[in-house]
Design a protein around this ligand. Structure first.
Ligand code: ATP
Length: 361
């Protein structure tokens, strides 16, 4: 048995061409990625895309149909869950209802052979880490949802796994609590230098907590990158649409100079990284804050539109704007005077940063 103070190294996780089939359903299709040691990586995607199956294959709760899984560089493809040194925090927390908080957390080390005294000391240490000191004697039904979630985290941490897995950990919490708990998880991960794989379908949550995000769609990886890379350089239409809000506009590359392309959208021009596009038609992902609308009449090189709908949201104002390049979703920050519905506006690109050519679209 390990002592309460032993600290193990976080390990990397690697998938090499991993496929998982259930009968005729391919849940995960030839997926390869690396999660570096000490990083928090989210598996993000819509329902049914294969993210939970991927997480369960890291844990050893599902076996790969083909391909290789490595943890800390060691091939674990055929190891059972118990032999993988990985802990999982389940969506439902899966606490033992009749055991106290302390017993819940001390259970793992006890099963692994620690003395009662050692197991309880280890449990106390992890309960302190998640801020639950003083609640050791309660049973789960006497705790709030957020507290139960923290017990589940302490129970996963107490075995000091090389890799910690989270399956939609915030889904049973209310909106206010979600933000706090996701920050707590991120803080804990960083201070303990844990390797974490984290499943969510919520793109905002993924952007907020991740070092890197693996976006999945239809059993495959659509794109892997930092939150900023995914937002600013989406690899395809799916990612552009799934991460944040995007206006997808038709443009034409009218000139190429080194890495830059000059793109024309109706009467607008913008210089952007070409991302492999040649002369001719392209699709652009345009973020809602990258479009400027104002009430002065259109200048040369701007286009005329009309505000259809206004939503005042305090820190931001959202607009639907009708225009010759399509219906636009526009967000203004910075406490401007709202523009009333029905007002004619001129439209231009406000920022280069929020506009990207979508390769191959
Ligand atoms: P959700 O967010 O809804 O949990 P997910 O992205 O986690 O979705 P998975 O649970 O990994 O998706 O499922 C991927 C696909 O595999 C789905 O089509 C699902 O129906 C199928 N699948 C998952 N588990 C099984 C199983 N045990 N038997 C048969 N099909 C399964």
């Amino acid at each position: 048995p390990r002592s309460a103070t032993s600290k193990k190294q976080a390990a990397s996780v690697e998938f090499r061409n991993v496929t998982k089939r259930y009968g005729t359903v391919t849940a995960v299709d030839d997926v390869s990625f690396i999660i570096d040691a000490g990083q928090l990586v989210t598996l993000l995607g819509p329902s049914g895309c294969g993210k939970t199956t991927t997480l369960r294959m890291i844990a050893g709760l599902e076996m790969a149909s083909s391909g290789q899984i490595l943890i800390g560089g060691k091939d674990v493809t055929n190891l059972s869950a118990a032999d993988r040194d990985v802990s999982m925090v389940f969506q439902s927390y899966a606490l033992f209802p009749h055991m106290s908080v302390l017993e819940n957390v001390a259970y793992g080390p006890s099963v692994q052979g620690a003395s009662k005294k050692d197991a309880q000391a280890m449990a106390m240490e992890k309960l302190a880490l998640v801020g639950l000191t003083g609640l050791e004697k309660r049973v789960p039904s006497e705790l709030s949802g957020g507290q139960q979630q923290r017990v589940a985290v302490a129970r996963a941490l107490v075995l000091e796994p090389q890799v910690l897995l989270f399956d939609e950990p915030l889904s049973n919490l209310d909106a206010k609590l979600r933000r706090r708990v996701r920050e707590d998880i991120r803080e804990l991960q960083q201070s303990l230098n844990l390797t974490v794989a984290y499943v969510t379908h919520d793109q905002e949550e993924a952007l907020a907590v991740s070092d890197r995000i693996i976006v999945m769609s239809n059993a495959r990886i659509a794109q892997t990158g930092t939150p900023r890379e995914l937002y600013e350089e989406p690899a395809d239409l799916f990612v552009a649409d799934f991460i944040g809000d995007a206006n997808i506009l038709n443009g034409t590359v009218v000139g190429l100079t080194g890495p830059q392309a000059r793109v024309q959208v109706d009467r607008l021009h913008i210089d952007l990284p070409h991302r492999g596009a040649g002369q001719g038609p392209v699709k652009l992902a345009v973020r809602p804050d990258a479009i400027l609308i104002d009430e002065s009449g259109p200048q040369p090189g701007e286009i005329a539109g009309q505000v259809r709908k206004v939503s005042y949201l305090g820190t931001q104002i959202e607009y639907e704007v009708e225009s010759p390049i399509g219906e636009l979703f526009v967000v203004q920050y910075g406490r401007k005077e709202p523009i009333a519905a029905g007002t004619p506006v001129s439209i231009s690109f406000a920022l280069q940063r929020g506009v990207a050519i979508i390769p191959g679209a």
